[in-house]
Write a protein that binds this ligand. Sequence first.
Ligand code: G4P
Length: 535
Amino acid sequence: MPSFESEIKRRRTFAIISHPDAGKTTLTEKFLLYGGAIAQAGQVKGKKNTRAATSDWMEIEKQRGISVTSSVMQFQYEGFCINILDTPGHQDFSEDTYRTLMAADSAVMVIDAAKGVEAQTRKLFKVCAMRDIPIFTFINKMDREARDPFELCEELEKELGINTYAINWPIGCGKEFQGVYDRQNRKVIHFTSNTNAKAATATEIEPTDPALAQLIGESRHQQLMDEIELLDGASCDFDLDEVRHGKLSPVFFGSALTNFGIEPFLEAFLHMTTAPLPRKAGDEVIDCFDEDFSAFVFKIQANMNKAHRDRIAFMRIVSGKFQADKEVYHVQGGKKIRLSRPQQLMAAEREIIEEAYAGDIIGVFDPGIFSIGDTLCTASKKFQFDPIPTFAPEHFQRIRSIDTMKRKQFLKGVEQIAQEGAIQIFKTPYTGMEEVIVGVVGTLQFDVLEYRLRSEYNVELYKEGLPYEFLRWIVKENEDAPALKEEDLILPSDAKLVEDYKGNQLLLFSSQWSIQWTQDKNKTLKLAEFGGARF
Ligand code: G4P
């Protein structure tokens, strides 16, 4: 029987982040395959191919008509118990995507070797960097024409502001992608194409071995030797401590589709990452090995289908062990509760579970008592985890009920949906009670809102798109500082002062330039990119 400590030590909980199409789903599927959680490589989903990737929950769940986004998978690999958090792509991108990252202890950033850093990578990276969690870069699609690897690393450093260290180095790209040079073991791993097998066939060979030149060609060999020299001379030292504090990103090259470099990446990644990270609760730090159970809710998934009205609250266990029959204390509700139908996602199946450990993610049936950021702990040791930040929406609409008689339902519906955390709502002194400004991170949420108001509250919406793209929280000098008025500020014509329903004041802007302009003209004004959290 593994001990409590060893169960926790072997856990790794990470998110995979990428711009859509970089290969996140393919890579996840290969991980599941190595872990034996799925049996077949299935050449991944595909528009041409009707089969969906096992990890592509969104589509599967939509087809089944139950709910939008659920996104945690657990599998075992070489003694490790791995929890992967999926971060949904462009269509379904939402604040949930950001919040999911709060439950991760590290992130794997998948980059398309032909494209480099893309918009969505940049956004997701920023949220990971905010918590200084370790970020591992996997440069994918090396089996296609790729950009120069030095250039890619330089772009990562420049665009994202993080140091990089190439753990391996690619030998060629496209059809000529023949393997990688493992810088730590100073060996070349030569791959042979083998798409259908579990792993690519790999042969290890010394870089100076004359057989290598024969295998990959004289000129490619010479190029590799030059590049090794350049890398050893130019790059910074590898410092695991810096990796673990999110200051240095180890970079790996490979191809998820052809299985090149995936297993070495997974192995190195698992050994470089640590057991579940502690979380802050005010002045206290809650460590994963604390015997008392604790967890926080980071996502609530309400069903979109009327026939299935259940809500699932996803929580990340921070410390101790969860047991299905034990009572826990819900801090925000001020009550002892029993978590009902706790479930975990194992590859394609939802399983009702009996126990789970720090680092794990469990989903529990929510009768409407949980909110995002809520703490669960034991009644004998009560505390509250620091709140999950609110992330700035990027799309805004002004909405009201077409039927003015339905104002009450309209406000109730909008407020309730906002409480679930899928949308944020704001008011201005001029919109009065009938209208609200809605802000979302991904535009799909506008459709979700409209659909839900119609089906659940019987309200038809009048919507008007607004040109704002940025939102900043106004940081108060102190709690008692009076609210600002528009005339207290010098604002550009495209900025707007609004208030959220908790009374916080915010500014909406239509360009980055206006934010800068506002800062320059109002020297004492303090603006924050994230709301409601200490970090
Ligand atoms: P995502 O989850 O990040 O959105 O990406 P996903 O894994 O779905 O991959 C996007 C496309 O890229 C897929 O093509 C997939 O097969 C392909 N792909 C992923 N990894 C690799 C790789 O290492 N090499 C190559 N060559 N391709 C890769 P698709 O959806 O089947 O079709 P299409 O988009 O090519 O039409």
